[in-house]
Design a protein around this ligand. Structure first.
Ligand code: SAH
Ligand code: SF4
Ligand code: F3S
Length: 479
């Protein structure tokens, strides 16, 4: 451990905290990979850090509050140790820009998600007299589409295995930005215009990850199923084409993709999920509301009937598919009646699970400009809890149907409740996911981590299947 008086050639220490979506987790991985080249190593101890980075999210007020309070907590640290460099990265950096430097003057650098390639340079300068502390991309209204798009740079060159969820699971970005402009959502303004990455770049990254031992790849995009790329030879690539190509890569045993936009759930994609056995039979397709008037206000561009048609088509095409959703309760103008329509959609749809959020007004969005945030906080909370309870009861019923069946599980590691003992290779409580993304917990040797096993399910809660390993044979590893 670093102590005062350690030799000066010792590595610099980097402390990083990440909030927000998987896109942010991936961005943090890439930033860390780059900083390692500059001689940094990760530390969990903020007191020991030479650089402290927060990769931030702006999707709800709560996410921003968390970062401002973390910044408040390290103010004293910076006073005691002025040489420590503090950086705010990501969506909040893009949204609030120099406001962050005013509100938290001890912050050295503020870097938006489209400028992360500049983090090393700005960190190095933070110690000198160079006044550059801010690197953000252009606003949507700030020039031609080409100029704005170019200012949100892809930052996907390096990979950092230590930052992954596990050594054999990795994310690949297939799309950046978003052009849907749902009226409540800040993402299109902080992540910039929608851009699909070239298939060659995506496939090269997938091969590299497979060579490094990655078995599960999750493709990321705000509306991942809107992926569309016109190659120089004129060929149009869709997400289904990308899935088929990744499926051919030796070593890749499972492929997932998030998040789907309901209108772009095309038949070619559904058929790819049906026909490619290593693609998870799991689709996250947020509905957001079960009331047509609210959907219209949200500018989601579909009706409840269209969503349900998509859901029926999905289930008809892919037997056994698990679908999950997101909902916002308490959006501007959501009456008790409109909320009840959402309740009924949840009851009819039988999602595997749903993420339920209380509407949080975001400055700069259309909803914030046009509609009063008129559902009281307490009522938002009540609707949130009630809807969650309804979904939980459905998830429990659904999971209980798995009791007595055998599932294939990719083992991720010791379960959170299990105590890990150094160098111990006995029986441990392990966790992993089924092909339809259900969590399974079972006893087994640590050596199973990263492997595919068959688990006989004996019990179930709303979020977890509990079982017993039926065979420790690796059942789905291609030779
Ligand atoms: N691109 C994804 C998800 C984006 S953000 C998609 O389109 O589905 C993740 C979720 O946060 C959204 O699905 C939505 O349910 C929720 N969300 C977004 N903005 C919000 C806001 N202002 N208040 C509350 N929840 C919000
Ligand atoms: Fe936000 Fe809508 Fe884009 Fe999703 S599709 S990121 S909710 S604007
Ligand atoms: Fe948050 Fe940015 Fe993701 S606002 S949800 S971290 S794209």
């Amino acid at each position: 451990m670093a102590e005062q008086g350690d030799p000066p050639h010792q590595k610099k220490k980097l402390y990083i905290e990440t909030v927000g979506c998987q896109m942010n987790l991936l961005d943090s991985e890439l930033v860390v990979a780059r900083l390692r080249q500059d001689g940094y190593e990760l530390t969990d101890d903020i007191q020991q850090a030479d650089a402290i980075l927060y990769n931030t999210c702006s999707v709800r007020q709560h996410a921003e509050d968390k970062v401002y309070s973390a910044l408040g907590r390290i103010k004293r640290l910076k006073e005691k140790k002025p040489e420590v460099a503090i950086g705010v990265l990501g969506c909040m950096a893009q949204k609030d820009q120099d406001q962050i430097l005013r509100r938290a003057p001890h912050v050295d650098i503020v870097v938006g998600p489209g400028q992360l390639g500049r983090v090393p340079e700005l960190l190095a300068r933070a110690k000198g007299d160079d006044p550059t502390r801010l690197a953000v991309s252009r606003a949507r209204t700030d020039g031609s589409l080409e100029t704005i798009t170019a200012s949100f740079e892809t930052y996907d060159a390096n990979r950092e295995p230590a930052m992954r969820p596990t050594p054999f699971q990795a994310f690949i970005r297939v799309m950046m930005g978003c052009d849907k402009f749902c009226t409540y959502c800040i993402v299109p303004s902080v992540r910039g215009p929608e851009q699909s990455r070239p298939p060659v770049a995506i496939l090269a990254e997938a091969r590299l990850l497979a060579d490094q031992g990655v078995k599960e790849i999750t493709l990321l995009g705000q509306t991942v199923n809107s992926y569309r790329y016109r190659a120089p030879d004129g060929r149009i690539w869709r997400l289904s084409d990308i899935l088929a190509k990744i499926h051919e890569i030796e070593g890749i045993e499972r492929i997932k993709f998030i998040t789907n936009f309901p209108n772009d759930m095309t038949d070619d994609l559904l058929q790819a999920v049906r026909d490619l056995p290593r693609v998870s039979r799991y689709l996250h397709v947020p509905a957001q509301s079960g009331c047509d008037e609210i959907l219209k206000r949200m500018k989601r561009m579909y009706s409840v009937a269209a969503y349900e048609e998509m859901l029926a088509r999905t289930r008809e095409t892919i037997p056994g598919v698990a679908v999950s959703s997101d909902f916002i309760v308490g959006f501007c103008g959501e009456t008790q009646e409109s909320y009840e329509k959402t309740v009924r959609l949840v009851e009819r749809s039988r999602f595997k699970n749903s993420f339920i959020f209380k509407y949080s007004a975001r400055e700069g969005t259309r909803a914030d400009r046009l509609y009063p945030d008129d559902v009281p906080e307490l009522e938002k909370k009540r609707r949130n809890n009630e809807l969650l309870a309804i979904q939980t009861a459905i998830s429990l019923e659904d999971n209980r149907e798995w009791i007595g069946r055998t599932v294939e599980v990719l083992v991720e590691g010791p379960s959170r409740t299990s105590v890990r003992r150094e160098g111990w290779d006995g029986i441990d409580q392990l966790t992993g996911r089924t092909s339809c993304d259900r969590i399974a917990v079972f006893d087994g040797s640590e050596r199973l981590v990263g492997r595919m096993v068959r688990v006989a399910i004996e019990d179930a809660s709303a979020v977890t299947l509990f079982g017993r390993v039926e065979t420790t044979e690796v059942v789905a590893t291609p030779a």
